[in-house]
Write a protein that binds this ligand. Structure first.
Ligand code: HEM
Length: 123
């Protein structure tokens, strides 16, 4: 029951974080002043904290698994390239960083669905 609740929170945060990240990239691209709004600088951190907290809650129930290690490692890649996609100096740098960040995001989702760091390939 608690696990299901945590999973719902996790999945809601996954959707919200992707929507907000896309919005911020769009505003960065169009050089919109909205990017500087107070809520835009605070809400993503709150959502990401909930995403991580719900994930750690599920891990505490499930126990450690190899695919969880892969998700955490890929999360660092997503965070790093996600920041670069917003703060990169040139449009080309931001574009490549965006592609990489979306690649990491897709990998994280695929690992979650297959429960395998190699996406079911070797199991
Ligand atoms: C951007 C980061 C993340 C994304 C996009 C993401 C995505 C997902 C998705 C789509 C699911 C649902 C899988 C299913 O329906 O079977 C899921 C489940 C889960 N995630 Fe994440 N996740 C992220 C971060 C994390 C992290 C950092 C951890 C571990 C610390 C984690 C642990 C879990 C666990 C334990 C489940 C439940 C698996 C299950 O019971 O089916 N997630 N995640």
């Amino acid at each position: 029951m608690v696990y299901l609740l945590l999973k719902h929170v996790h999945l809601t945060c996954v959707s919200l974080t992707l929507v907000l990240f896309s919005l911020r990239v769009y505003w960065r691209w169009t050089e919109s002043a909205r990017l500087q709004a107070r809520w835009v600088r605070i809400v993503p951190h709150v959502i990401d904290s909930c995403l991580l907290a719900s994930a750690l809650g599920m891990v505490s129930i499930l126990g450690w698994q190899v695919w969880i290690g892969a998700k955490i490692t890929a999360l660092f890649g997503y965070i790093w390239l996600g920041r670069l996609a917003l703060k990169g100096k040139t449009p080309l740098q931001r574009f490549y960083a965006l592609m990489g960040a979306l690649g990491f995001f897709a990998y994280i989702v695929a690992v979650a669905l297959t429960k395998s760091p190699v996406l079911g390939g070797l199991s």
